[in-house]
Design a protein around this ligand. Structure first.
Ligand code: ATP
Ligand code: MG
Length: 242
């Protein structure tokens, strides 16, 4: 469904993404892990058109999307959330979700219906008239997800949607991701530091360190890979197995 080939991005002297290639198959929940500053978010930005790559290409359903603008890529069916949540703070929850829904629908009424479907699914309906900026982090993350879902993606990129959530909220977010994948047929690619969630959800995982892909495989494979333990997981995971 998505093929990333030899993607690179430099910021001055720093190579943030260094010749990275991988492929996401339709229906997968795909994981991207690695230490802080490894280049994971930059990789997302290259795929979704928020940054222009120095090298390499990305194909979505065999169509070259490298060089396209974010809104063009979104229209093709690629959605994303931002690690630094970017709601319009002064707008309500409903208005924020409508911003995602409007470009995809012919009429305001259709967009409104779609926005309400998404809010209902995520449990945001009771907060629809609240200003986005007044929400606690758990609901902000849900709103970020709702905005992405309102664009009706077939492939959804999630950048640390579990960051800052408490264990109950993490559990709930995991169930949501599973539901979106299984029931709504959305292929998912997630960057996540909450390893328990990555291990439980992801069928295939890529590990990034200093811009480079250092491993790829199933949860069992990457969590038992000495290079991955050394670079990212540290001692405790070495004993825990997977
Ligand atoms: N716009 C930019 N200009 C210059 N340097 C940048 C820019 N964006 C990211 N970087 C640098 O590129 C490197 C990769 O950053 P990136 O945000 O992609 O990491 P990450 O893997 O998402 O980290 P985290 O897990 O902390 O979110 C870092 O060293 C970062 O400081
Ligand atoms: Mg990041």
């Amino acid at each position: 469904m998505l093929r990333v080939q030899n993607l690179s991005k430099r910021f001055g002297g720093l190579t943030a993404v260094d010749n990275v290639s991988f492929e996401i198959e339709k229906g997968q929940i795909f994981g991207i892990i690695g230490p802080n500053g490894a280049g994971k978010t930059t990789l997302f930005n290259l795929i979704t058109g928020n940054l222009v790559a120095d090298q390499g290409e990305v194909r979505f359903k065999d169509q070259l999307i490298t060089g396209k603008k974010p809104h063009q890529i979104a229209r093709l069916g690629i959605g994303r959330t931002f690690q630094m949540v970017k709601p319009f703070g002064g707008l309500t929850v409903e208005q924020n979700v409508m911003m995602g829904a409007l470009p995809k629908h012919a009429s305001f009424a259709d967009a409104n219906r779609a926005a309400h479907d998404v809010m209902g699914m995520l449990g945001l309906t009771p907060y629809q008239n609240e200003e986005a900026r007044s929400l606690p982090v758990g609901l902000k993350k849900k709103l970020e997800l709702a905005r992405a879902l309102a664009t009706q993606p077939s492939l959804l990129f999630l950048d640390e949607v579990m960051g800052g959530l408490n264990p109950t909220e993490v559990q709930e977010m995991m169930e949501l991701i599973r539901f979106l994948n299984k029931e709504n047929g959305i292929t998912i690619c997630m960057i996540e530091h909450v390893m328990a969630a990555v291990v439980a959800l992801c069928e295939q995982i890529v590990v990034i360190q200093q811009g480079r892909k250092i491993a790829e495989g199933t949860a069992n494979e990457v969590t038992s890979n000495p290079a991955v333990i050394e670079a990212y997981l540290g001692g405790e995971f070495a004993h825990a197995g997977a």
